[in-house]
Ligand binder design. Structure first.
Ligand SMILES: C=C(O[C@@H]1C=C(C(=O)O)C=C[C@H]1O)C(=O)O
Length: 365
């Protein structure tokens, strides 16, 4: 045996030993999580016990990122632990997660990034269908897109909160990389039409103008639908992400064609239960004010006075009348914090309506 082979043999023996230890430890962890579930059931007999605790999971992942010794990056280590927690939780009851489908959308990628792969992900055709599925209890949680760094807010999602009783339970951000995709049978020169979702066409507008000028762009209901069509219709291409490319067996003609390299979409996790404080939280509210001078100032002043940072404010037309507005506001902090509770109580006195959409951990992954 050569020196190289001897050394490799030793290292592989060590890896085998370490793998055995990792497996034993993961199994011990899984048994602990099972015991947590038993304790929750014992102390809440007959209740519909929520095993999943978003604030606790956020704390676990944050600690992993902070204490990770390397050489793996904190993100990578947290991703591995995300999957371990997901598998442990699924021992009790795999969660059903409704998302804006079809299979292969960025929303599905966001759902799996947030919950890990040991969930049942349920594709639905529209944002309001995702809300209904969670409201009815058919799904435990839902995942919907809310804003994109290039294209702005997804108004349909914001407007759903005006009428829905659901809470925001979490957020997850996903870097969005778009590719120009076609089936193996389609040659580049034959492409006469490019399918994609409206948002994605907008996110790649400059690239398309510079590189595929004059080719028809056809908006469809999702990127996954675009990929499905490109797979079926010769002479067409799709703009979509890796998941859709893989699902429909498409080849990449050009990769990462989004105009802005930091192109990111933020998704919300919606559920029926409020989430407790995790130590690093955000909150969202909807407020409608009386239409009088200084109304917006009056709304924002208490936040400023108490040093609460707003992370987003968005204006939407109110469903109740022409030229009436509803403000959608995200800010730092949890509604159970006294300072936040005080500001919200003040706003409640002045507002026509204040709807608390929820407090939730700042996205960790
Ligand atoms: C174990 C618990 O239940 C679930 C599983 C977790 C885990 O595997 O670490 C964390 C939070 C919950 O989603 C718990 O509440 O601590």
């Amino acid at each position: 045996m050569s020196d190289e082979q001897t050394k490799l043999g030793e290292l592989r023996d060590r890896i085998d030993g370490i793998d055995q230890q990792i497996m034993d430890l993961i199994s011990a962890r899984a048994r602990c999580a099972q015991e947590v579930a038993e304790v929750k059931m014992t102390y809440n007999p007959g209740a519909d016990v929520f095993f999943y605790r978003p604030e606790r999971e956020a704390q676990v992942l944050r600690r992993i990122k902070e204490q990770n010794p390397g050489p793996l990056s904190g993100e990578e280590m947290a991703r591995l632990f995300r999957e371990i927690m997901s598998a442990c939780l699924a021992l009790e009851k795999p969660m059903h997660i409704a998302f804006l489908g079809p299979a292969g959308t960025f929303t599905q990628a966001a759902a799996l990034k947030h919950f890990g792969h040991s969930v049942v992900s349920v594709p639905l055709a529209a944002i309001d269908a995702v809300f209904r599925e969670v409201e009815s209890g058919s799904a435990h949680y839902g995942v919907v897109p809310v804003e994109n760094s290039t294209e702005g807010m997804i108004n349909h999602t914001l407007d759903m909160f005006m009428s829905s009783p659901l809470k925001i339970c979490g957020e997850v951000q996903l870097r969005i990389h778009h590719h120009l995709l076609a089936s193996a049978e389609t040659r580049e020169g034959e492409i006469h039409r490019i399918y994609s979702h409206q948002q994605s066409l907008a996110q790649c507008r400059q690239w398309l103008d510079a590189n595929r000028f004059g080719i028809e762009r056809v908006p469809v209901s999702s990127n996954a639908e675009a990929a499905r069509r490109a797979a079926e219709e010769p002479g067409t291409a799709a703009i979509a992400g890796d998941m859709a490319a893989e699902l429909y067996g498409l080849e990449k003609l050009a990769g990462n064609i989004e105009d802005r390299p930091d192109n990111t979409t933020r998704f919300l996790i919606i559920g029926r239960e409020s989430v407790g404080p995790s130590g690093n939280d955000k909150s969202s509210i909807l407020v409608s004010m009386r239409n009088k001078p200084g109304a917006l100032y009056q709304l924002l002043e208490p936040f400023h006075r108490d040093g609460i940072s707003l992370t987003r404010i968005e204006t939407r037309p109110s469903p109740s009348g022409t030229w009436a507005y509803v403000f959608y506001i995200d800010f730092e902090g949890h509604m159970e914090e006294p300072k936040v509770a005080k500001v919200l109580a003040e706003i409640d006195e002045e507002a026509v309506e204040l709807k608390r959409l929820g407090s939730y951990p700042v996205g960790v992954l």
